[in-house]
Ligand binder design. Structure first.
Ligand code: MG
Length: 309
């Protein structure tokens, strides 16, 4: 028997939500282990087969920075035609060139809401990062691709501390003005809380950005991710990033958990009666399988509960 939460909808929430699966990219790039190409390909195929509507497959960042994903081109070749509909991260024009050569149709860029993280993560000043993205995004759009924009440090920065709402809105609008279709607001260090989510989404709406343009990307470092999803749902957001099994340690805190687990958000949405299209048992089985390859258990509460039955 499949364990499921009792279905009790909450009035006023969206009828359907898109889970944007980031495990193969955001998860594996932050794992210590370098996973073999065949295992990565199987991971992606299993997630797609489990009904996840969007699976971000890899990143074309330079292997010097992210050796875990040095096989990005080989992976996309291995995935073949089915892989062309899966988004990939492209840090700059060189990454875009590689995505175009492979005939990919969806790319994402990764920006920082703060000066310090732009410098540390992108080797660019805050302003220079937008100068770097401008030709990347323009060329991608001209080639008929769609572009997602990630914005990190939206709820706090480990060096700068609090990040003002209007600074996040300003950075987000710069990405949207460059042409990104969807903006994913990242709580990179997991310090955000529910009221903060409500206020940040409202600040974007007040600045003329519809909730349909926004996605939310939470980390469970402080145990707030699902509470923050609930706040996002109440604000009308319908896209949430999640990582199968909660893959991806937080690079800033060694023992902390990182990405919100896909299974945990599926459990919440199922209980609320919100359509998500995901086969929970299939994702759990995939995460258990991947945990075997990584030789450590999934940090997801739902994976633990369902796999120990
Ligand atoms: Mg993440």
């Amino acid at each position: 028997m499949t364990a499921l939460p009792m279905l009790v909808p909450e009035p006023g929430l969206p009828a359907a939500v898109t889970i944007y699966e980031v495990g193969p990219r955001d998860g594996l790039q932050n794992e210590k282990e370098v996973v073999p190409l065949e295992v990565k390909a199987e991971f992606v195929r299993r997630l797609v087969a489990a009904g996840l509507p969007v699976v971000e497959a890899t990143s074309f960042v330079h292997p010097r920075w992210v050796p875990q994903l040095a096989d990005a081109a080989e992976l996309m070749t291995e995935l073949g035609e089915a892989g062309r509909d899966l988004p990939v991260l492209v840090p700059n024009e060189r990454g875009l060139d590689r995505a175009l050569e492979l005939g990919l149709r969806h790319v994402a860029v990764f920006a920082s809401a703060t000066e310090t993280f732009a410098t540390k993560n992108l080797n660019r000043s805050y302003d220079d990062q937008f100068a770097m993205f401008e030709p990347t995004i323009t060329r991608a759009l001209d080639a008929g691709l769609d572009v997602r924009g990630y914005l990190s440090m939206c709820f706090g920065d480990p060096w700068e501390g609090a990040v003002p709402l209007d600074a996040v809105v300003t950075a987000g609008r710069r990405l949207l003005d460059l042409g990104v279709g969807q903006l994913s607001l990242g709580d990179t260090i997991g310090t955000g809380t529910a009221g903060h989510v409500t206020a940040l989404v409202q600040a974007f709406v007040d600045a003329g950005v519809g909730v349909d343009r926004l996605a939310l990307h939470f980390h469970d470092t402080y145990g707030q991710a699902l509470s923050n999803v609930q706040a996002g749902l109440r604000a009308g957001v319908t896209t949430f990033d999640a990582s199968a099994g909660g893959l991806g340690g937080c690079p800033y805190a060694k023992s902390a958990t990182g990405n919100l687990a896909t299974e945990d958000v599926v459990w919440l949405l199922t209980g609320l009666g919100i359509d998500h299209g995901v086969d929970l048992d299939a994702v759990v089985a995939t995460s258990v399988w991947m945990a075997g390859h990584l030789d450590r258990p999934s940090p997801s509460a739902v994976v633990r509960a369902l796999s120990s039955r």
